[in-house]
Design a protein around this ligand. Structure first.
Ligand SMILES: [Fe+2]
Ligand SMILES: [Fe+2]
Length: 283
């Protein structure tokens, strides 16, 4: 089994929307992703897709995009992105998913060797340029990201709302991590839609949780175009971060890990995990 990731597919099959306006690299991107996916991913593999899956506003709009995933090889794990308006009721989403697709929310996805993938959507970090769910991708106006608030000096009410969502997303990430630990698994992989930290890897509520639970590799998306320059990459305080937005990985699922490999997530001793579990459970 091998673990891959690719984010921000922004699939267009259920909505009259094209990504071509975002640049020539996005032309026909869904079919190019599918071709690459079928070339590299085997049925026994797992692919993490952390958010911005579909342009669909309602679940029925997103159904063709979900069915598109159902035609791809491998098991697919989703978390919600800021553009996934179709993802409202988790129960209804899960009913609509093809058999090979799992929607992760407040729980985890098991991997061989007692490992687990945990995650949540995440949100704009305190002190950073704000975002909200009502904005379209900013690529066409040069901002290069999804969900950017465009007006200067946006209102305090919106910032307060951002802080509230940020706090809720921290709770959701910890619920996910705790669920894995309670099941006796090591949450060595995490997937967030939003970057969990800035380019310099400053401490945030998300990084604190990832470090406390000894996550080894965290993938995320959301940053496109020019915004990719602000992406955190590499190992920060023991956690490796990778931007896997599809334009950042060449529109091809990127290999993260495979069973038997002595890399991400496999080197931490089980007794260290037990210590972490005790600490985490009391927080
Ligand atoms: Fe996106
Ligand atoms: Fe996004």
């Amino acid at each position: 089994m091998r673990l891959f990731a690719i984010s921000d597919l922004h699939l267009p099959f259920g909505a009259d929307k094209t990504m071509d306006i975002f640049g020539p690299e996005w032309q026909n991107h869904a079919h190019r992703v599918a071709a690459a996916w079928k070339r590299v991913v085997r049925p026994e593999d797992v692919v993490l897709v952390p958010g911005d899956l579909s342009w669909g506003m309602r679940l029925t709009d997103a159904q063709p995009d979900l069915d598109f995933l159902g035609g791809l090889p491998g098991s697919i794990v989703l978390v919600r992105g800021n553009h996934d308006y179709w993802w409202q009721s988790l129960a209804r989403v899960r009913q609509a998913l093809p058999p090979n697709v799992f929607a992760l929310q407040n729980d985890f996805y098991p991997l061989p060797g007692g490992l687990a993938v945990c995650g949540t959507r995440g949100w704009t970090l305190p002190g950073e340029e704000e975002a909200d769910e009502s904005r379209d991708c900013g690529v066409e106006n040069g901002a290069g990201g999804c969900g950017d608030r465009t007006g200067a000096g946006e209102d305090q009410a919106a910032q307060a709302q951002d802080r509230k969502i940020y706090a809720r997303e921290l709770v959701r990430l910890e619920l996910s991590l705790q669920a894995a630990v309670k099941a006796g698994r090591r949450p060595h992989f995490a997937m967030l839609h939003y970057p969990p930290t800035g380019a310099r890897g400053q401490e945030t509520g998300f990084t604190q949780l990832l470090e406390r639970y000894r996550v080894k590799l965290c993938v995320y998306g959301h940053l496109h175009g020019k915004r990719r320059a602000g992406a955190v990459r590499g190992v920060v305080r023991g956690v490796e971060y990778r931007l896997v937005a599809c334009d950042a990985v060449g529109f091809e699922p990127v290999l993260l890990w495979e069973t038997g490999a002595a890399d991400a997530g496999t080197s931490a001793p089980a007794d260290a995990r037990s210590d972490t579990t005790a600490d985490a459970a009391s927080s």
